[in-house]
Design a binder for this molecule. Structure first.
Ligand code: GLY
Length: 411
């Protein structure tokens, strides 16, 4: 395959990246999975001068078609996830440049991608929610994050559609949003312009030659060879046949049901920023887009490969969202959908080389796939060109789940 690299001065592939004697028609990299993580990996790899192919029946599909697109490193902080916080913040910091580069590469604008630096308001509806939010605020402060405690009245001054019963909240101006569907579309275009080859079919089995990943066989029996293979198939990443048991990523599907409502064009702005809360222990968020779309999410259900939208899921989301913002019941309900987050044992992604030479992972992003897209692209391009993980990604090596590494963990 002859192509002109977009990026200047490509680095040499890592030693041993290509099996000796690989034909010149064999791409340097084959990415398995065309969701936003696979696409950003392919785009960044191609920019580094690596000939790149991607296999997916529907590039740009997957969980990004369902996700709300909150870039919520601060308001989605959880106890025990401080290491992940570092990666989340690193990715959040890269977002403005990433969007600028992506829009430059595709001719879109930041507005076309639904990128809004609008901030987030996390609110409490009762004394228990308030105590929970106070704890979150304390954790944010201990972690050096910017967030401001507001009274209920101050919250309603910012967002007049909030319920009168709101007892207080946290204003986080640094938590933004992007429209994941548009992000996915732009990444497909960016990949096409960077001359990534798309194979619109399913990868069925990994090909291993002399103890090295060498490509995949697709469902129609075609063998696609490559110097390195990146498994970036979201919640399906643990299901590719032929991957040795000890390097199979421990990812599982975590179902999220999400609703889309529409704020009529002529009405007053409904919400000016993302509003979220924990209601009776469940997270609910409302993400308002410039287009008038209002995304309400999300359930979190451990039900395997089930993507059924249930009456119970829709009811609970609407009930909780209505408690926060009673006016939502007036809006047309335009879409209900369920997607599968790729959950990992520690809620953090698996990035970089595995114990099987030639096989890398970019999966397990769980609740943070959209947020982590920019940093994942950079990390994977570094790993593909050097064979190493950059410092900020070392804690996310897939090797942390190897049996030996797990037995070495201090108790
Ligand atoms: N990050 C939002 C969600 O996973 O529902």
């Amino acid at each position: 395959m002859s192509r002109t690299p977009q990026a200047p001065s490509p680095k040499s592939p890592p030693q041993g990246a290509r099996p000796p004697g690989a034909s010149s028609g064999t791409p340097d990299v084959l990415v398995v999975g065309g969701g936003i993580i696979g696409l950003v990996t392919a785009w960044r790899a191609a920019q580094r001068g690596l000939t790149t192919a991607l296999v997916d029946p529907e590039p740009g599909g997957g969980a990004a078609q369902v996700a709300a697109g909150m870039l919520a490193a601060v308001t989605e902080l959880h106890y025990g996830e401080q290491t992940l916080l570092g990666l989340n913040l690193a990715s959040a910091r890269r977002y403005p440049d990433f969007v600028a580069e992506l829009t430059g590469a595709t001719g879109a604008t930041g507005e076309d991608l639904g990128y809004r630096r609008c901030g987030t308001l996390a609110v409490a509806l009762d004394a228990d929610d308030r105590a929970h939010l106070r704890e979150l605020h304390a954790l944010q402060q201990r972690s050096g994050l910017e967030s401001e405690w507001l009274s209920g009245r101050e919250c309603r001054r910012l967002e007049p559609m909030l319920a009168p019963g709101v007892r207080g909240g946290l204003r986080v101006d640094g938590d933004h949003q992007i429209d994941p569907r548009r992000l996915a579309g732009a990444l497909v275009t960016a990949c096409e312009r960077a001359r990534v080859t798309f194979h619109r079919t399913w990868a069925e089995r990994l090909v291993v030659v002399r103890d090295r990943a060498a490509g995949v066989v697709t469902t129609d029996g075609t063998e696609l060879r490559a110097g390195q293979v990146v498994l970036a198939a979201g919640s399906l990443s643990g299901r590719l046949a032929g991957v040795p048991e000890d390097v199979l990523p421990p990812v599982r599907p975590v179902k999220g049901q999400v609703l889309r409502l529409t704020v009529p064009k002529r009405s007053a702005p409904f919400l000016s920023r993302t509003v979220r809360a924990v209601v009776r222990g469940s997270h609910v968020y409302l993400v308002p887009r410039e287009s008038g779309e209002l995304v309400v999410g999300a359930t979190s259900e451990e039900l395997g490969w089930d993507t059924t939208v249930t009456a119970g899921g829709v009811y609970e989301l609407l009930r909780d969202a209505h408690e926060l913002v009673p006016g939502i019941t007036e809006l047309p309900l335009t879409e209900t959908r369920a997607g599968l987050r790729p959950g990992s044992p520690d809620n953090a992604p698996l990035l970089g080389p595995t114990e099987l030479p030639g096989l890398l992972l970019a999966t397990g992003h769980h609740r943070n796939g959209v947020l982590l897209t920019p940093v994942t692209g950079d990390v994977m391009a570094h790993a593909l060109t050097t064979g190493e993980l950059p410092d900020e990604a070392r804690p996310f090596t897939p090797r942390r789940f190897d049996a030996a590494a797990l037995t070495e963990q201090p108790v």
